[in-house]
Design a protein around this ligand. Structure first.
Ligand code: SAM
Ligand code: SF4
Length: 439
């Protein structure tokens, strides 16, 4: 989501006559688009700001300036505190008021640092400029489209409901129009994004609330759009309608990112995830029944307060039962203002690290096995860029695996069947199956 917001910020600033600087020391304006999800990401901002403040002092000694903007979720969570902690900052702007940046910059130029942390989300969707055809083409053949923002779930570890606000969905027609514009400029794959993308309930032309699968049906009709994805989904919003869309719509990639966080019913309850381990296993089974070649990925948190060895074993058992294609896993991080952070039974760092290592060894083995199992299969690859070696072209399989094959740049933007011949630790090697050859 920050990638998407950063691209929109780039479009907005280009509209103000700025151009992207090749290197930081050539820039007149630096925007840090920040993440507050874990403490590590959040604290990195201040060391980065200290460095930028030093550049600003040096510039000023030479009679030039450097404008510093802090955008995103740290800006939202800390607001004016950012200005107090680092006075070199000119503008602090939350993720839902990004569209106001030009005005905030003008006001800051008149002398007073500015902080805007309003939840102006409807204004954000309509107020951010549309990228030009050249901007779209420069960003490649795969694009994100935000369809939903914010979260009403309030998991007890998570800051998102506080930084991104309540769930809001974009209108169906607006999403379709944005997708059409992207496809007209060469985009072949669109990933619909949202904090809880499958909680999407956007209004259609008749003013009715429509679910995510309706978007996929409509988007499937766009000629030239080859592949659809979505992220991130919550298990409780994984409806049968959405599962059925995987069976009905060939353009919808057979890949679902479905975070579960833990395999212990007790921990899941205390996390306020609103489901247990078995319902998650049931969803995985229903997805596989709908689309037998589907792959599932997930997020895990180890060391949530009170997590026992038995709870952690239950997480490993769930991982063994589902067999994931890929995963993200994190040590629990205490986030200010969340219920988990207040608990007295925090898990010590050494236990968290040991559990993370055990979990990651298991999921890494599953990922490698998944990759190895694609050898010999023929998968459709969307080619995105030249490969690392001359005469090579690189793309992505439906499962988001990087794949390279012999071919030239004329293949960029094409989806072609590729016979996988080898699986390395981070990418696959394949051969394009030409028309007429046996797959
Ligand atoms: N909405 C998604 C869901 O419900 O799964 C997740 C969005 S969150 C931005 C991405 C991931 O960050 C989560 O799935 C979780 O694994 C991780 N995360 C969130 N808060 C965390 C915390 N306090 N400590 C560690 N990891 C955290
Ligand atoms: Fe955070 Fe996702 Fe839970 Fe919402 S559903 S609070 S975004 S982890």
């Amino acid at each position: 989501m920050n990638d998407y917001d950063s691209a929109r910020l780039g479009d907005l600033l280009e509209g103000e006559g700025l151009a992207s600087a090749g290197r930081e020391h050539e820039a007149d304006l630096v925007v840090l688009n920040t993440c507050h999800i874990r403490e590590k990401a959040s604290e990195k901002i201040y060391s980065e700001l200290g460095r930028l403040a030093q550049i600003k002092r040096e510039r000023r000694a030479e009679g030039r300036d450097l404008t510093i903007v802090v955008a995103g979720c740290v800006a939202q969570a800390e607001g004016e505190l950012v200005l107090r902690r680092q006075p070199a900052v000119d503008v602090v702007v939350g993720p839902q008021s990004l569209q106001r940046l030009p005005e905030l910059l003008r006001r800051a130029k008149r002398g007073a640092p500015q902080a805007d942390t309003d939840f102006a989300v409807a204004e954000k969707f309509s107020g951010l400029p549309k990228p030009s055809a050249a901007q779209i083409a420069a960003r490649g053949v795969s694009a994100f489209v935000t369809v939903q923002e914010g979260c009403d779930k309030f998991c007890s570890f998570c800051v998102v409901p506080f930084t991104r606000g309540a769930e809001v969905s974009r209108r169906v027609a607006d999403v379709i129009a944005e997708a059409r514009r992207l496809v007209q400029s060469g985009v072949r794959e669109i990933t619909l994004i949202g904090q809880n993308v499958n909680a999407y309930r956007g209004l259609d032309e008749a003013g009715r609330e429509r679910p995510l699968e309706l978007l996929f049906e409509r988007l499937s009709e766009i000629e030239g759009l080859a592949r659809l994805r979505y992220t991130t989904s919550h298990p409780v919003d994984m409806t049968q309608g959405l599962i059925d869309a995987h069976a009905a719509l060939p353009k919808l990639a057979p890949f679902v990112h479905l975070p579960v966080q833990s395999g212990s019913d007790r921990v899941l309850r205390e996390m306020n995830r609103r489901h247990g381990a078995q319902p998650y296993l049931d969803i995985a089974a229903r997805l596989r029944a709908a689309r037998p070649d589907i792959a599932i990925s997930s997020d895990f948190i180890v060391g949530f307060p009170g997590e026992t060895e038995e709870d952690f074993e239950a997480t490993l058992a769930l991982i063994r039962a589902v067999d994931f294609a890929s995963t993200f896993s994190f040590k629990y991080s205490q986030r200010p203002g969340t219920p988990g952070a207040e608990r007295a039974d925090q898990i010590d760092e050494a236990t968290k690290s040991a559990r993370l290592a055990r979990l990651q060894a298991l999921v890494e083995a599953q990922r490698q096995a998944f990759n190895a199992a694609t050898v010999g299969r023929t998968l459709d690859a969307l080619f995105e860029k030249p490969g690392r070696h001359a005469g090579q072209i690189a793309g992505k399989t439906p499962y988001l695996q990087a794949v390279h094959a012999r071919g030239d740049e004329s293949l960029i933007g094409r989806v072609l069947p590729v016979k996988i011949i080898a699986a390395g630790p981070n990418s696959l090697a394949g051969e394009i199956v030409r028309a007429g050859e046996a797959a």
